[in-house]
Design a binder for this molecule. Structure first.
Ligand SMILES: Nc1nc2c(c(=O)[nH]1)N[C@H]1C(S)=C(S)[C@@H](COP(=O)(O)OP(=O)(O)OC[C@H]3O[C@@H](n4cnc5c(N)ncnc54)[C@H](O)[C@@H]3O)O[C@H]1N2
Ligand code: MOO
Ligand SMILES: [Mg+2]
Length: 395
C-alpha cells in the first residue's frame, strides 16, 4: 500500500472518532493543545491608533513648513488630550495618537529650535507612522480557527486579544507499549541477547510534545496470550501505540492478536523504513503498531501516527512541511518502497548519514530531516528530493 493511501485511510478513521470533550485552560497551560472553538476578537487591536515611532504627532494641514510648538507629551500607557490647533505633540512608540493628529514624524527628521519649537526637515504624508485602530483585528473577527494547534505564537496572539483562558480539546490518551523479549530498561545490566528499550522514551517524550496524555504500558513479552491480556487491559485509552512484533517472524504477535480478537485494517506499506506498519482495533480501541526498528518507529510515527493523533483532535493541516532540495548524494538503485533517509542540509544540498539501517537511531540524531526518495527513483547528485525537517514533526 502506498504511503499516501495509508495516510488517507488513517486520517479518515481519525476523523470518524474525534476527541469531542473539551477543557477550559489558563493560557499558559494550553501550550501544545488544540483549540476547540474559533477564537473571535472581542476588541479592536490595537484598540486605538498609536504611534509606530518616537517623534512628533501633528495635523498635516497645520504645517506650512514653519516650526510647530509642542503642546503635550504622550507616552505609551497615557491618554492624550486632543491636539491643539497649530501645534504638535511629542509622542513615543506605542502611545495613543492624540485626536486631530494625522501624521507622525520620527525624531530623526525633526530639529528642536532654540525656542523649543520643532522644525520638520522632510516632506510628510498623512497617516505616516500611525498604526490604525483595528489594523490587526476588529471586534467580532475570527482570529484563530477551531482545530488550530496552540504554539507560543498562538498563545501570544490570544494574550494580545485579552484572553486569559482558552477552550481546548482534551488530551488524547495514548498507551505506549514496547514489545520484545529482548528489551530491558536503561539502568539495568544487559543479559545475553538483550538490548535497551529506546522506543519507549522516544515515543513517550514525543507524545508529550504533541500534547498527548501518555500511559506507559511497559514492556510486553513476545507471547500471544500476554499480548491479548495486555491489550485488553488498555480499554480506556484513545489509542494503543506499540512498537515491534508486527512483522512475519514467529515472535511477532501484535497483528495476530488484532486479527483474531479485533480488526486488522492495514499493513505492508511501500515505505522504507517502516514496511510492516499495522493499524487496527482491539475490542474497539484503535491500535497503531509501529515497526520495532528504532528508525522505522521514528519514520512511521512522524509520517503516519503523528498526523493521525492530530486529526483525532480536529487539526486539519496535519501534513508536515516538505521542501524540494537538490540531492548532495547519488542513489543509483531504485527501490520499490518510498524511502525516508536520515539526512541534513550542507551547502544547500541534502546529504545523508553513512548508515541508513533501520536499526541505527544515531542516523536520526545526526539528521536535521527526512530525505524523501520516491518509489522507482534513481538519483544523481543535483536531482531533486523532498526534505522534511525533523524540527517540523517533533513538536
Ligand atoms: N522475513 C521478513 N522479515 C522481516 C521483514 C519482512 O518483510 N520479512 N520485514 C523487516 C522489516 S522491514 C522490519 S521494519 C522489521 C519489523 O519488525 P517488527 O516490527 O516485527 O519488530 P521486531 O521484530 O519486534 O523488532 C525489530 C527490531 O527492532 C528492535 N526493537 C524492537 N523494539 C525495540 C525497542 N523498543 N527499542 C529498541 N529496539 C527495538 C528489535 O530488537 C529488532 O532488532 O522486521 C523485518 N523482518
Ligand atoms: O521497513 Mo523496515 O523498517 O526497513 O527495517
Ligand atoms: Mg519482528
Amino acid at each position: 500500500m502506498a504511503v499516501e493511501v495509508a495516510l488517507e485511510r488513517l486520517l479518515e478513521m481519525a476523523a470518524a472518532t474525534p476527541i469531542v470533550q473539551r477543557e477550559h485552560l489558563p493560557l499558559a497551560a494550553a501550550l501544545g493543545r488544540v483549540l476547540a472553538e474559533d477564537l473571535v476578537s472581542t476588541l479592536d487591536l490595537p484598540p486605538w491608533p498609536n504611534s509606530a515611532m518616537d517623534g512628533y504627532a501633528l495635523r498635516l494641514a497645520d504645517w506650512n513648513g514653519e516650526p510647530l510648538r509642542v503642546s503635550q507629551r504622550v507616552f505609551a500607557g497615557q491618554a492624550p488630550e486632543p491636539l491643539a490647533a497649530g501645534t504638535c505633540a511629542r509622542i513615543f512608540t506605542g502611545a495613543p495618537v492624540p485626536a486631530g493628529a494625522d501624521c507622525i514624524e520620527m525624531q530623526e527628521n525633526a530639529v528642536v529650535e532654540s525656542d523649543q519649537r520643532v522644525r520638520f526637515t522632510e516632506p510628510m504624508v498623512s497617516g505616516q507612522n500611525i498604526r490604525p485602530q483595528g489594523q490587526e483585528a476588529t471586534v467580532g473577527e475570527q482570529v484563530l480557527a477551531a482545530g488550530t494547534r496552540l504554539g507560543p505564537i498562538e498563545l501570544g496572539l490570544a494574550a494580545s486579544l485579552g484572553c486569559a483562558t482558552l477552550e481546548v480539546v482534551r488530551k488524547v490518551r495514548v498507551a505506549v507499549l514496547s514489545t520484545g523479549d529482548e528489551l530491558v530498561e536503561p539502568g539495568q545490566a544487559l543479559g545475553p541477547g538483550q538490548i535497551y528499550n529506546s522506543n519507549r522514551v522516544l515515543l513517550c517524550g514525543w507524545l508529550q510534545h504533541l500534547g498527548c496524555e501518555v500511559v506507559d504500558a511497559g514492556i510486553l513479552p513476545d507471547d500471544l496470550s500476554a499480548t491479548r491480556e495486555r491489550l485488553a487491559q488498555l480499554s480506556d485509552v484513545d489509542l494503543i501505540l506499540s512498537t515491534g512484533g508486527v512483522s512475519v517472524g514467529e515472535a511477532d504477535f501484535l497483528g495476530i492478536a488484532l486479527r483474531e480478537d479485533g480488526e486488522l485494517a492495514l499493513w505492508k506499506l511501500a515505505i522504507k523504513p517502516g514496511k510492516p506498519l499495522t493499524f487496527g482495533h482491539y475490542r474497539g480501541v484503535p491500535v497503531i503498531g509501529l515497526p520495532g526498528n528504532p528508525a522505522s518507529t521514528l519514520v512511521t510515527f512522524a509520517l503516519l501516527a503523528r498526523p493521525y493523533l492530530l486529526r483525532r483532535q480536529g487539526v486539519q493541516s496535519v501534513a508536515p512541511l516538505k521542501f524540494k532540495v537538490p540531492a548532495g548524494f547519488a542513489w543509483p538503485k531504485a527501490g520499490s518502497r518510498r524511502e525516508y533517509l536520515r539526512g541534513r542540509m550542507e551547502n544547500g544540498r541534502a546529504i545523508i548519514y553513512r548508515n541508513q539501517s533501520s536499526g541505527v537511531l544515531r542516523s536520526a540524531a545526526w539528521a536535521e530531516g527526512l530525505v524523501e526518495v520516491l518509489e522507482g527513483q534513481t538519483l544523481v547528485e543535483g536531482d531533486e528530493v523532498g526534505f522534511i525537517p525533523l524540527s517540523e514533526v517533533l513538536g
